[in-house]
Design a protein around this ligand. Structure first.
Ligand SMILES: [Zn+2]
Ligand SMILES: [Zn+2]
Length: 344
């Protein structure tokens, strides 16, 4: 597979796609019907269908009977933690082994030419990105994910959350299921913007940003407060007319869905020359530049707030201009304070 048909590689060995990242035509005005129809399958395949299917599978084989869930107990909580941990190990591990251990596609489509194992940093526990990321994933990531899951299931079992059935309200539930990825992106943008404020960045979000060159295990490598905010996306279903399976879908988009954005490769080669898009470039640029792309490319929130970087030279120029303006503003403020100090 020749990745230079799709992008270019610089002297450092970093690969970048030829095409800038485009927003989904969902919020385009005037509406672009043809583009929308062309884009629509990507909204479902392959990622969201996988997470919806895993939610259904959980409901069928993992989630305990409603009566059990009316009281929170260690037994079913530990069982859910174990299943979540095993699924994360298998799903994340598959990407890690395929792309980073066996390096089956070497550095084809890899944004950053270097592999994290080649770089040690004392920002990480044991100076090792993988060990740090894996420990954070299982110690607080899967634990808080399971905690939110248990609270939500307990709420459903006791009638504290609106529980519609698929037989009685198929259309309402279909609509809610359809907007689950949009809820995820809206929620993620809001909490992500919040934790980029100076104090929260320093104490909370910098943990996630230690992985400047993200790899699969970076996906859930976060501070526990960020885990709580991140998985808090399930709490929307305390007020939405929804269903526990759709709530699980919401959680799986957060838990398993974090991986495509951190996989570090633009495309994953599967079965010979078939390519699966990771849609990771926008978030890769966030890890690289920190102050762009707080959201992904479904809702144009970054565009509306002026923080969008699509990977093009124009996107780069917009970012530099923003930095320049901010620097000028800070310098002007400092000069004004100094002038004030001199007259006092
Ligand atoms: Zn990230
Ligand atoms: Zn961030």
């Amino acid at each position: 597979m020749d990745d230079l048909k799709y992008g270019k590689r610089n002297k450092r060995g970093d690969w970048a796609p030829n095409e800038p990242v485009a927003y989904a035509p969902l919020f385009a005005f005037p509406p672009k019907l043809k583009a929308l129809l062309h884009w629509l399958p990507h909204y479902f395949f392959p990622w969201n269908i996988i997470f919806a299917a895993s939610a259904v599978a959980y409901w069928a084989w993992v989630i305990p009977p409603v009566k059990t869930m009316q009281t929170i107990s260690l037994g079913w909580t530990a069982w859910l933690y174990a299943v979540n941990a095993i699924c994360v190990l298998l799903f994340y591990g598959a990407f890690e082994v395929h792309l980073y251990v066996l390096k089956r596609q070497e550095n084809r489509f890899k944004y950053n030419g270097k592999f994290p194992s080649e770089q040690r940093s004392n920002a990480f526990w044991f100076e090792n990105q993988n060990i740090d990321n894996i420990l954070r994933t299982f110690l607080s990531g899967v634990t808080i994910w399971t905690g939110v899951e248990v609270v939500m299931l307990w709420a459903y079992a006791n009638g504290y959350a609106p529980w519609l059935t698929f037989t009685e309200n198929p259309w309402t539930l279909a609509l809610i299921a359809l907007v689950v990825p949009i809820i995820h992106e809206f929620h993620f943008f809001c909490i992500h913007r919040l934790i980029h404020t100076p104090l929260l960045y320093k104490w909370v979000h910098s943990v996630h940003h230690n992985s400047v060159n993200p790899s699969p295990w970076s996906s859930l490598s976060m501070h526990p407060i960020e885990h709580l905010l991140y998985f808090g996306t399930a709490f929307y279903h305390l007020i939405l007319p929804s269903n526990p399976i759709i709530m699980l879908y919401q959680l799986h988009i957060a838990g398993f869905g974090a991986i495509p954005g951190h996989v570090g490769f633009d495309k994953v080669e599967v079965a010979g020359d078939k390519l699966v898009d990771s849609h990771a470039y926008a978030h890769y640029l966030h890890h690289k530049y920190f102050e762009v792309n707080y959201g992904d490319a479904t809702i144009p929130l970054d565009k509306w707030f002026g923080t969008w970087h699509d990977g093009s030279p124009e996107g780069e120029a917009r970012m530099q201009e923003r930095y320049r303006k901010r620097k000028a503003k800070l310098a002007a403020r400092k000069a004004a304070e100094e002038a004030k100090g001199a007259t006092e």
